[in-house]
Design a protein around this ligand. Structure first.
Ligand code: NAD
Length: 290
């Protein structure tokens, strides 16, 4: 396939390189990032999107996605797949998809989980929204860049699934970290806490697979001075998207709201910027009841 790839940063770069390594012809465009292995570069987004069978975008946010879409949609031939893998607000995803359908394109919103490690290893999970035929067209590309793709329904539902998952993740990480900090003060060894909770009803991915306490459970960013991993500011971005969506549809999300406020404080007023999102644990320990 001939594929245009726009947004070749930490995630898009390795994803584009994997498509090229699998034998696809990939034409890339980015305002700043260098050409990934095997990818030839175009001079503009429109040039990368012209004359290809699929365009993939991996951009920072919804506003940038909308402006790139305005530029590339007129350059794309009817029937072309338009796969956006960025994490953006549901509204932008739906509006760009409508615009694409109006131009005869096949849109898929397909945000990912798995981070930069998953992007490099080709083991991402894609959560996709869009028409059935568009999803089926994108599936062979998802198979190269990832290990799983779930079709979640119409356009925007991929983004909806992503922010619901990450709202659970953020709130659960906060709960796990505050419980460890409480256990410390009660004189409960962290290892005992892990042994009990990881096999009891308080277990979760944050406890069992990504334990925020160093030296406990499987290797995690806590064992590497809380270097990300999944950075606290990216968690904050996704939590904010969840609250923006909740507001738009009048959903009551008090835990998501609290987690958003805590990550905002951590990233913007404390030492959280550039730290893994599990660094909430040392933050709670240092802070006490404030
Ligand atoms: P990044 O900042 O490394 O990459 C974004 C790239 O887009 C940059 O190289 C930038 O130059 C380019 N860009 C910006 N505006 C552009 C334009 N108008 N035209 C062309 N290129 C443009 O970010 P990233 O970490 O690769 O993340 C990309 C997306 O993936 C984000 O939406 C993020 O939320 C999501 N995501 C990231 C991770 C992660 O761990 N990094 C995990 C899951 C999802």
């Amino acid at each position: 396939m001939k594929i245009g790839f726009i947004g070749l940063g930490n995630m898009g770069g390795p994803m584009a390189a994997n498509l090229a390594a699998a034998g696809h012809e990939v034409i890339g465009f980015d305002l700043a990032a260098p050409a990934p292995n095997g990818v030839s570069m175009a001079d503009s987004g429109a040039a990368a999107a012209n004359g290809v069978e699929a365009v993939i975008t991996m951009l920072p946010n919804g506003a940038i996605l909308r402006s790139v879409a305005d530029e590339i949609i007129p350059a794309m031939a009817a029937g072309t797949l338009f796969i956006d893998c960025s994490t953006v607000d549901v509204e932008s995803a739906r509006s760009v998809a409508d615009q694409a359908v109006g131009a005869g394109l096949a849109p898929v919103d397909a945000p990912v989980s798995g981070g930069t490690t998953g992007a490099a290893a080709g083991t991402l999970t894609f959560m996709a929204g869009g028409p059935d035929a568009a999803f089926r067209g994108a599936e062979p590309l998802f198979e190269i860049m990832g290990q799983k793709a779930v079709h979640c329904g119409p356009s925007g539902n991929g983004q909806a699934a992503k922010i619901c998952n990450n709202m659970i993740l953020g709130a659960t990480m906060v709960a796990t970290c505050e419980a460890f900090a409480l256990a410390d003060k009660l004189g409960l060894e962290r290892q005992s806490m892990f042994d009990v909770v990881s096999t009891s009803s308080g277990y979760s991915w944050t406890m069992n697979a990504y334990c925020p306490a160093p030296g406990i459970g499987p290797q995690s960013p806590a064992d590497n001075d809380y270097k990300p991993g999944f950075a606290a500011e990216l968690m904050l971005k996704d939590l904010r998207l969840s609250q923006q969506a909740a507001e738009a549809v009048d959903a009551d999300t008090p835990m998501g709201q609290r987690a958003t406020a805590l990550y905002a404080q951590f990233v913007e007023d404390e030492d959280g910027l550039g730290m893994d999102f599990s660094a909430m644990l040392p933050r709670f320990v240092a802070k006490g009841r404030g």
